[in-house]
Ligand binder design. Sequence first.
Ligand code: 6PG
Length: 248
Amino acid sequence: MTSLNTRPLEIFDDLGALSEAAARLVTVKGREAIEERGQFVLALAGGSTPRRLYGLLATDAWRQTIQWERWQFFISDERVVPMTDAASNFGMAQHELFSHVSVSTKQQHPAPTQLGAADAVAKGYEEEIRSFFSIPDDSIPRFDLILLGMGSDGHTASLFPGKPALNETSRLIVPSPPGILPPPVDRITFSFPLINAARTVLFLVAGEDKAVPLKGVQAGDRNVVASRVQPTDGELFWFVDEKAAANG
Ligand code: 6PG
């Protein structure tokens, strides 16, 4: 499958260099969005890779370049656990970023995991997103930027190989039972229609355990779930480190 908007991988020496480049891209896209639409609506990624980026944005060097009051933060997938749980993706972002910069709770849009079952959390988050963008039920909102990672099994967000969530065509947010990778908890995830409507999607991928799925992405292998991220009218960036880009 050849993609119209797949860029070549941008390969960095290590996670530090990758995170610096990601901070540059995210802040540039933030300034553009604010100039054009008055705000920057982004979805953060979970997992461990983006942790370094969030910490970087909180440093003086980056924090002072950002109009924080214009940024709105969502999460591209979440484990159905309390925000205080170590497995919480939004909880990680709070620890690494929001506890260090002035972002009001009104600008923070975590998934409503307090609603209990994954179905209810997914429905609640979808309602919140639709209301935030004030769009009718049959249209799909465009995030300015969606950050994503990729698992060693090729999943992205909580879209796991072989699971029904991969085939969602209308809902924005879907429940997702545990995949093969830890933690073994229920999740909710952005669906492909929502991800592929974004203006910009930025993958952050580091580590040798990602080399094999990354080769699959480059070959356009749709069995590698992350390769199905193909923004319909947006930009797609793959920021990877040397280890992930090594011959998988
Ligand atoms: C999650 C993440 C997940 C993550 C990949 C990569 O909730 O688990 O959103 O999709 O991005 O599993 O995780 P690492 O960055 O920890 O390798």
